[in-house]
Design a protein around this ligand. Structure first.
Ligand code: ATP
Ligand code: MG
Length: 244
């Protein structure tokens, strides 16, 4: 469904991502770990084709098509969507307005806003004055209404309380169970792994992908030994390391 081949990306004058390779299959969400500043959000933004994220080399392939030269809007039309790490606030546009734009199905809007406890936010400007957790729920609400085939989730549970993680996790899980859907998600806390089953994890360190494996096992190992251990023991793309 989605493939990145040998991708290198520059932001400003700096090469942030170096020769990244991975695949995502339908129904098999992928999980991305990695320390702060390692390039995880940059990868998601480069996949979306945001301005300022220059692909130096490599291919981004979605549904069999090379999308490197497509505008973000075209990628969205093809079925890509992103939930931001730092959601933007949009003054003058109500959450209900964007919801109506994203989905013509009023019942669906009402049901999903109720599920994500956002009924009282529909009448407010998008994310303006929302608490951290409310903003994340509002982002999830919008992306689920957009209904992409591949959703890129940048720390969806960050700043969200445990009860709301469970609500968001259930909504995401329901989305991912539908045929033809998949996700690439970044997590630091690992909480989302309790709700979204995945067998496909990797670690980004200094702009390169290192380990590949079962996300829950990888998370436990990172918790115990830190990211340095990933460098020591794991497979690294483009190098001749032996995987344990
Ligand atoms: N527009 C930019 N100009 C200069 N440097 C940038 C720019 N955008 C990102 N960077 C740098 O690229 C590196 C990777 O940033 P990125 O946001 O991808 O990290 P991350 O892995 O998502 O980190 P975190 O876990 O903290 O969210 C950082 O050192 C960041 O400062
Ligand atoms: Mg980030």
């Amino acid at each position: 469904m989605f493939e990145v081949r040998d991708l290198s990306v520059q932001v400003g004058t700096k090469t942030i991502l170096k020769n990244i390779n991975f695949n995502i299959e339908k129904g098999v969400p992928a999980v991305l770990f990695g320390p702060n500043g390692s390039g995880k959000s940059t990868l998601l933004k480069a996949i979306m084709g945001f301005e300022g994220y220059s692909v130096l080399s490599g291919d981004i392939i979605f549904k069999g098509k090379r999308i490197n030269d497509m505008h973000t809007e075209e990628r969205v039309k093809m079925g890509l969507g992103i939930m931001y790490q730092h959601p933007p606030q949009i003054r003058g546009v109500k959450l209900s307005q964007i919801a109506g734009f994203l989905s013509g199905d009023r019942e669906r809007v009402a049901a999903l806003s109720a599920k994500l406890s956002l009924e009282n936010h529909l009448d407010r400007d998008i994310n303006l004055g929302f608490s951290g957790g409310e903003m994340k729920r509002s982002e999830l609400f919008q992306i689920l209404l957009q209904d992409p085939d591949l959703v890129l989730l940048d720390e969806p549970e960050s700043g969200v309380d445990l009860e709301n993680i469970s609500i968001m996790g259930a909504a995401l899980n329901e989305f991912l169970k539908r045929p033809g859907k998949s996700a690439l998600m970044i997590t630091h806390t690992g909480y989302i792994l309790d709700y979204v089953g995945s067998q496909n994890g990797c670690v980004m360190i200094e702009g390169s992908l290192w380990c590949v494996g079962n996300p829950k096992e990888m998370f436990e190992s990172i918790r115990k030994f830190g990211y340095d251990k990933c460098k020591e023991c794991s497979y690294v793309q483009g190098r001749d390391h032996k995987a344990h």
